[in-house]
Write a protein of this length. Structure first.
Length: 256
């Protein structure tokens, strides 16, 4: 059974999951959608609803209920996602790998003893996995380490996933960022499939990013909207030329 799985504790995250699930319905109508949540709702956005009792910590809830996924093949998504393309390639990758995920934008939040910087952190907002004893064991160890970090100043989940992956023999694939596009500052070469972040005009951001999906793009979000850093459009090119002449003129004036 191929399932997209959300874990949402609290009304804010439940409502985000509803919006994300609607984008999945539009683009992947053949997939089932499940949610583990502590919210009572008659919303029809989900095919399967698993009632949970929250631990009071979103990271702990996520790891725990991922580890108890009852599905053969799961694509887990954070609630702040928008799906605009085909998720099938993730399930296909699970024919050869038991876990599929993407690099984190920040390669290392915490330096952990014995783990080289060449083995960076992975982002946990999109994780495709098979239900195997090895994956269950990996998630259980991740949960155990995460429990020990609850009282720390910044108990995020990525550092300890990095540790258990480094020490594990699980076959995992680091896939392309188009399946987990953190668009605050990102790169894409093909069409972005999953956008992952909060933005009031996320649909407009998606259209801007995917407007030139036949070429590589480097982009960032600014207060004015999406700023495409590459490729350089004609308008950006001429603005750069004008800016260079202004700087040259200013330098000449200062010398007089």
């Amino acid at each position: 059974m191929r399932v997209v799985y959300f874990i949402a504790s609290g009304e804010k995250y439940f409502n985000e999951a509803v919006q994300s699930s609607r984008s999945i319905r539009r683009t992947n109508p053949d997939l089932s959608i499940a949610i583990a949540t502590d919210i009572r709702s008659s919303c029809e956005a989900f095919d399967i609803v698993k009632k949970i009792k929250s631990t009071g910590n979103g990271y702990m809830d996520k790891i725990r209920w991922m580890s108890e996924s009852p599905f053969d093949r799961t694509v887990f998504l954070d609630t702040d996602t928008l799906v605009v393309g085909d998720l099938k390639p993730l399930y296909e990758a699970l024919d050869r790998f038991d876990l599929v995920l993407c690099h984190a934008p920040f390669r290392e939040i915490y330096s952990l003893p014995g783990i080289p910087i060449s083995f960076p952190e992975m982002n946990t907002g999109m994780m495709a996995f098979n239900s195997t004893p090895e994956i269950t064991g990996l998630f259980s160890e991740w949960y155990r380490l995460q429990q020990s970090s609850i009282l720390s100043d910044d108990p995020r989940d990525q550092p300890y996933l990095r540790k258990v992956l480094y020490e594990s023999s699980v076959r995992f694939l680091v896939t392309i960022e188009e399946f987990n596009c953190r668009f605050r500052m990102g790169y894409a070469q093909t069409r972005v499939v999953v956008l992952h972040d909060r933005h009031p005009q996320i649909s407009q951001v998606e259209r801007a990013i995917n407007r030139s999906c036949q070429t590589k793009r480097i982009f960032r979000i600014t207060p004015k909207g999406l700023d495409v850093l590459y490729p350089i459009g004609k308008e950006t090119y001429w603005l750069g030329i004008i800016r260079a002449f202004k700087q040259l003129f200013k330098a000449l004036i200062n010398r007089i």
